[in-house]
Write a protein that binds this ligand. Structure first.
Ligand code: F6P
Length: 320
């Protein structure tokens, strides 16, 4: 392939910039022309793009957000939107497309591949870690580290006042951010969409921890269950300990990517362009058992995310 396009789509995630850099630099290495498409599929439909040079991606490996900017594009769900996107690619002579984004963005890429024959490669970029085919998505590690930093701070003040902190984290319908942030912060309880919760059981566990000498509790609630505000209200009705809600919010989406996310970005971006260079399209890249993998995009988007129940039990066995 001589000319490829690249876009970031959906919610941004730390590491997207590092992945853009890896795609551009690998493309240039192979002698390709690389076009950076702005504002995701919206920019593809509107033909808003710029040729990327070696220096276009300097000084971004450490930055959060995405230099190409991003959007959630509803127009691409329609046949008419897809037709416009394909017309832009044809007009520009772009032969392959790299899409960095989450589940919704991959469905867009799948539609372009399946319906219109556009060779696409998906790079999983979302803090949610909600794609089954890959062990980790780009941005998840940094987002969890941001949560840890804030939960550490909450623990300080909760212990001083002997309170219960209810912390809401993102993740859409997936409990992975709550699971990993809960285990790594030493939270006593996590509440995730994948497992129904019982408020009496939670109160029992809090009381048991206090009887065993704890002075505070941290409960991490995934946004897919309910808001911190609503959960704290529910809990306050059945406990005498003072409860305080905190919503971490969009802070989770920003910030300099961690080493783990920068390494994933470098490898995902590089692999995506290697595939296009070999004339292979219609794939997604990921990591499984510490190895960089690729898989058919249609198969990948049809897989249902599984929750790690063993990790959930681990939290219950070590944090009380
Ligand atoms: O998919 C990433 C994510 O941050 C989710 O965790 C969250 O539910 C959603 O995006 C928030 O979207 P927005 O930034 O459009 O409000």
């Amino acid at each position: 392939m001589k000319r490829i396009g690249l876009l970031t789509s959906g919610g941004d995630a730390p590491g997207m910039n590092a992945a853009i850099r890896a795609v551009v630099r690998t493309g240039l290495y192979f002698g390709m022309e690389v076009y950076g498409i702005r504002r995701g599929y919206t920019g593809l439909i509107d033909d808003d793009m710029v040729p990327m040079e070696m220096r276009s991606v300097s000084d971004i490996v450490q930055r959060g957000g995405t230099m190409l900017r991003t959007a959630r594009c509803l127009e691409l769900l329609t046949k008419e939107g897809q037709r416009k996107a394909v017309e832009t690619l044809d007009r520009r002579g772009i032969e392959g497309l790299v899409v960095i984004g989450g589940d919704g963005s991959f469905r867009g890429a799948r539609d372009l591949t399946e319906g219109w024959g556009v060779p696409t490669i998906g790079i999983p970029g979302t803090i949610d870690n909600d794609l089954e085919y890959t062990d980790y998505t780009l941005g998840f590690d940094t987002a969890v580290n941001t949560c840890l930093d804030l939960i550490n701070k909450l623990r300080d003040t909760m212990t001083s006042h002997e309170r219960i902190s209810v912390v809401e984290v993102m993740g859409r319908r997936c409990g992975d951010i709550a699971l990993y942030a809960g285990i790594a912060s030493g939270a006593e309880i996590i509440v995730v969409p994948e497992i129904a919760f019982d408020i009496d059981d939670i109160v029992m566990r809090i009381n048991r921890s206090r009887a065993n000498g704890k002075h505070s509790n941290i409960i991490v609630v995934a946004e897919g269950v309910m808001s911190a505000e609503a959960f704290a209200k529910k809990l306050q009705e059945v406990t005498t300990y003072s409860v305080r809600p905190t919503t971490i919010g969009h802070v989770q989406r920003g910030g300099s990517p961690s080493m783990a996310d920068r390494m994933l970005a470098a490898q995902f971006g590089n692999k995506a362009v290697r595939l296009l260079n070999e004339g292979v399209g219609n794939r997604v890249v990921g990591i499984h058992k510490n190895e960089i993998i690729d898989m058919d995009i249609i198969e990948a988007v049809s897989m249902k995310k599984k929750f790690n129940y063993e990790l959930y039990e681990t939290l219950q066995m070590i944090s009380y």
